[in-house]
Design a protein around this ligand. Structure first.
Ligand code: NAD
Length: 317
């Protein structure tokens, strides 16, 4: 008998949710049960059928089905990728308020099911929606995680790897702050293997320039806009980022990922959920890694934090 059942429930079977589900099935061996829930039940059913038909080609078997909130009871992780799109003339805060109502209709039945696992939120604006999940669920902070700047960090590493012609896995760099316009790269902390990039840039023997770093940061910050302009939405990258976080949790990896986590005094901040490097394991956020930021970077972080606090405080919870 398999006593090591790893069960994930996905709420919101749109483009982001299903890109995640597709990555999960294809990477294989991460979990053995996946439940799909959507307000549009027909869609969830169709997606479950479609994925099941591909299982014969997958690396490992999985039980996949369209389910209901009661299925959350014994789940390890509930992923939320449900959301509504912005209407014409609607402000960001109006959208936030409507997504909060969507979350009210989700979190309450999940908690009522007896769910005792970890929430992983991808719905935008992800830092605020993660904080809303925390407030509505009243779960411990370590068990409420947002995808934060995990995708932005992957984009950064890809671009830096390309620039320095080095495998992105050997680039140690993070995008931190809001998953949005105020996010930034603390370049004082960027390392190529164990060598600081600031040192590499200062070395006149090579052609690398500080302006190129600023351009890379700008490319990371604006890439979602470019993808949305070209193909209406972004979903493969975030689907793979969700899969990576789930793998870290279910595998008890203690991997460092830039997720949206609640600060309790770290970075001179409290209560806000914001993208920071965290050690992620079986119980969610094990520890927040506090980077040694320069004064300028500290200011950028506080600016991002204030933007998130102001948005959250404008909500009618
Ligand atoms: P989508 O419209 O394709 O899918 C949304 C799904 O949510 C739909 O299937 C819809 O039926 C469902 N839904 C709506 N209300 C619901 C409810 N009350 N209960 C259950 N399901 C409900 O949208 P998408 O492209 O998949 O995007 C989903 C979210 O992910 C958006 O908020 C988007 O901005 C966000 N996103 C986040 C990141 C990130 O880095 N965190 C990246 C890309 C997109």
């Amino acid at each position: 008998m398999n006593t090591d059942k790893r069960k994930v429930v996905l709420i919101g079977t749109g483009m982001v949710g299903m890109s995640f589900a597709y990555a999960l099935v294809n990477q294989g061996g991460i979990c053995n049960e996946l439940v799909l829930i959507d307000v549009n039940k027909e869609r969830a059913n169709g997606e479950a059928m479609d994925l099941n038909h591909g299982l014969a080609f997958a690396k490992s078997n999985m039980r996949i089905y369209a389910g209901d909130y009661k299925d959350c009871k014994d789940a390890d992780i509930v992923v939320i990728a449900a959301g509504v799109a912005q209407r014409e003339g609607e402000t960001r805060l109006d959208l936030l308020q409507r997504n909060t109502e969507v979350f009210r209709s989700i979190i309450s039945p999940v908690v009522k099911s007896g769910f005792d696992g970890i929430f992983l939120v991808a719905t935008n604006p992800v830092d605020i929606m993660t904080r809303v999940t925390y407030e509505l669920s009243r779960f411990g902070a370590s068990r409420v995680i947002g995808t934060g700047t995990s995708l932005d960090t992957a984009r950064l590493r890809y671009l830096l790897g390309d620039y320095f012609t080095v495998d992105p896995k050997n680039i140690h760099a993070y995008v931190i702050g809001e998953h949005g316009d105020s996010e930034f790269v603390p370049f004082s902390q960027v390392m190529l293997a164990t060598k600081s990039v600031s040192e590499i840039l200062a070395d006149e023997k090579n052609d690398y320039k500080i302006e190129d770093m600023q351009s890379i940061e700008e490319q990371v910050r604006t890439s979602a806009y470019k993808i949305i302009k070209a193909k209406r939405a972004t979903y493969y990258g975030i689907g793979m980022a969700i899969t990576r976080i789930i793998k870290a949790i279910l595998g008890d990896e203690n991997s460092v990922l830039t997720v949206s986590a609640k600060l309790c005094g770290e970075y001179d901040s409290k209560n806000v959920f914001i993208g920071v490097p965290c050690i992620i394991g079986r119980n969610g956020v094990k520890e927040i890694v506090e980077l040694s930021l320069t004064n300028e970077e500290k200011e950028k972080f506080q600016n991002s934090k204030t933007i998130l606090d102001d948005s959250f405080n404008g909500l009618n919870l």
